[in-house]
Design a protein around this ligand. Structure first.
Ligand code: BEZ
Ligand code: FE
Length: 263
C-alpha cells in the first residue's frame, strides 16, 4: 500500500463530493465534465492542463522554506538531449531565425555566494512567435534548445533571440476550459532553464522580461518578481552584428548538498 496515494485519494474524493453538493452539479454537469476530461486525455493535453494549473504550486510548496533562486514551471515542452554547445555559446537556430538578437548572461553561485564553475545549464525557449521546437510544425527539433556550462567563475553568456509570448492552444480542451473560466491563454515571454550543480538539487526555473504586459496575468501563474530581468538595447557594432541587439542578465543561487533534499 502507498499511504500518500491513499491520503490524496481520500482527500480528492471528499473534496469532489463537496463540490458536487456545494455547486449543485447535476447529472448533466457530471457528464459534461467526464466528457471534457476524456477529451483532455485523448488530445494529449493532460500535461498541458496540469502544468498550467498546478505545477508552479507544487514547486513553490516544495521549496518554500529553502534559500536560493525560486523555481518555477518546467512545462510540457522540455526535451532531453538538446544539442551540447561549445563556447561561445549560441543556441541552435534557423538561418533566418526571426526576432531580435539577445545575449543572455548569468552568474551561478551557491546560496553562500561561492561561484559554481562548470555547472551544467540546460536552456530552451519559444521562438519569436511563441512556438516551441519539437511541438510546433515546421521548426527543427533542436531549435532554440541547448546545453552548456558555466566558466571557472560561474558565469555564462549565450546568444539567442528574444522569445515571443506563448499562447496555450485555444482549439483544444485546455483552451475550452480557459474560455469557460474567462481567462486569456497567454504566458509572458520567458526563457527556461535547468541548472544542474554537481552536488545539489537541479533547479527548474525561468527568466521573464521587465515591461511585458502579461507579467501580472500569466495564465500559468509562474512569474516570480525575482526572476524578472531587464532588456537593454545595444548597437550591433559592439558585437560586429549588422543590427542592434539586446542584453539581459540574472544571477542565480543554487542549493548544494551531498544528498538532494528531494528525490
Ligand atoms: C511553458 O512555460 O512553456 C508552459 C507552462 C505551462 C503550460 C504550457 C507551457
Ligand atoms: Fe515556456
Amino acid at each position: 500500500m502507498n499511504q500518500k496515494v491513499v491520503d490524496v485519494y481520500n482527500g480528492m474524493v471528499t473534496k469532489f463530493k463537496e463540490l458536487i453538493s456545494e455547486h449543485e452539479l447535476d447529472h448533466n454537469d457530471y457528464e459534461t465534465f467526464v466528457g471534457w476530461l476524456n477529451k483532455l486525455g485523448q488530445a494529449g493535453e493532460v500535461p498541458l492542463f496540469m502544468d498550467v494549473f498546478f505545477e508552479t504550486h507544487a514547486l513553490q510548496e516544495m521549496y518554500k522554506n529553502v534559500k536560493g533562486t525560486e523555481p518555477t514551471i518546467l512545462g510540457p515542452y522540455y526535451l532531453e538531449d538538446a544539442t551540447k554547445l561549445t563556447a561561445p555559446y549560441v543556441l541552435p537556430m534557423r538561418a533566418d531565425e526571426p526576432g531580435d538578437v539577445l545575449f543572455f548572461s548569468g552568474t551561478i553561485k551557491d546560496v553562500d555566494g561561492n561561484p559554481l564553475a562548470n555547472t551544467v545549464v540546460d536552456m530552451w525557449q519559444a521562438d519569436a512567435s511563441g512556438e516551441y521546437s519539437g511541438f510546433a510544425d515546421g521548426i527543427p527539433t533542436e531549435n532554440l534548445r541547448g546545453i552548456f556550462q558555466t566558466d571557472a567563475d560561474g558565469n555564462f553568456e549565450v546568444q539567442t533571440v528574444i522569445p515571443g509570448d506563448y499562447s496555450i492552444p485555444t482549439n483544444g480542451p485546455t483552451g475550452q476550459f480557459l474560455e469557460w473560466i474567462d481567462s486569456h491563454p497567454t504566458r509572458p515571454a520567458h526563457l527556461h532553464f535547468l541548472f544542474k550543480p554537481k552536488n545539489g538539487d537541479t533547479l527548474i526555473s525561468q527568466v521573464f522580461f521587465e515591461g511585458n504586459k502579461y507579467l501580472d496575468s500569466d495564465v500559468a501563474k509562474g512569474v516570480r518578481g525575482t526572476l524578472i530581468t531587464k532588456l537593454t538595447k545595444h548597437d550591433g557594432a559592439e558585437k560586429g552584428l549588422d543590427k542592434d541587439f539586446y542584453k539581459a542578465h540574472l544571477d542565480f543561487a543554487l542549493r548544494l548538498q551531498d544528498q538532494p533534499v528531494f528525490s
